[in-house]
Design a protein around this ligand. Structure first.
Ligand code: 3PY
Ligand code: MG
Length: 258
């Protein structure tokens, strides 16, 4: 039996391609809108975005209310927040800067129950949101229905793609093209669509698919997301609430001045 209302793992394991919103502004109406307007999942961005713990609690419920699957990106190494976000109802966690198999193991430890990890018990909000009266169903199903994506953003991570993706409890890789472009250029340039980044995306897709896991990439535009989906990327986070707001405002101002 699946956890009622959980959709992300089901879509990904059925081989579907998932386009996700990306939400930095910590207002439930924004995260709900991203889901309601059609993104199947919405990432609440707590690394560089403005979310604090209390806002995440309401933001996660808001994404679900809009019909989407809530995902949280935690700050670097903040695996305690990963655990809490799952307790609050997240269906997936994205962890930045996972560089080694040890990092991946620590990430899995906080997000998967034994025997895979060491996640601590306390899923009161998530079971309420999912309409689960019998909490033992969550214990039985959570490891399969919570998606963990390890971010690949450094040269060290590129050297460790295979051991990271093979780590039990890691469901997929999520390549961060901005940080990776900075790393690959030794800090000289920010070019998330560079040839070097593109080459690594294709390698990441191949390595991930070989072990039956999920390849993901952050995309700065819808065009980029469509292109990368055709190249085998299965989880695509597209633009952000702030970028969409800016694009809408910019387009409107331009029209007013023309
Ligand atoms: C990156 O591109 O570095 C990211 O973290 C995506 O947001
Ligand atoms: Mg990054």
């Amino acid at each position: 039996m699946a956890i009622p209302a959980f959709t992300l793992a089901r879509m990904l394991r059925a081989g579907e391609t998932v386009f996700s919103g990306w939400c930095s502004l910590p207002y439930p109406i924004v995260s709900e809108m991203l889901a309601r307007e059609g993104f199947a999942a919405v990432v609440l961005e707590a690394q560089h975005g403005l979310w604090d713990v209390g806002a995440l609690l309401t933001g996660i419920a808001a994404v679900r209310q809009g019909g989407g699957a809530p995902i949280v990106r935690v700050p670097v190494g903040d695996f305690a927040l990963a655990s809490r976000a799952l307790d609050f109802g997240a269906e997936g966690i994205i962890a930045p800067m996972i560089n080694t198999a040890d990092d991946a193991r620590a990430f899995a430890a906080s997000t998967k129950y034994p025997p895979v990890g060491e996640r601590s018990w306390g899923p009161h909000r998530v079971t309420a949101l999912a309409g689960l009266r019998d909490q033992s169903v969550y214990l039985r199903e959570a490891n399969d229905h919570v998606i963990t994506l390890a971010m690949i953003e450094t040269r060290v991570a590129l050297d460790n793609l295979e051991p990271i993706v093979a780590t039990p409890g890691i469901d997929g890789l999520f390549l961060g093209p901005s940080d990776l472009s900075i790393a690959l250029s030794d800090g000289k340039s920010l070019d998330p669509q560079s040839k070097e980044v593109d080459r690594e995306i294709d390698r990441m897709v191949a390595v991930t698919k070989k072990v039956g896991k999920i390849p993901g990439v952050f995309c700065h535009s819808a065009d980029r997301a469509v292109t990368l989906a055709k190249r085998g990327v299965r989880f695509l986070a597209v633009m952000s609430d702030i970028a969409m707001l800016r694009a809408g405002i910019g387009g409107t101002i331009k029209a007013l001045k023309s």
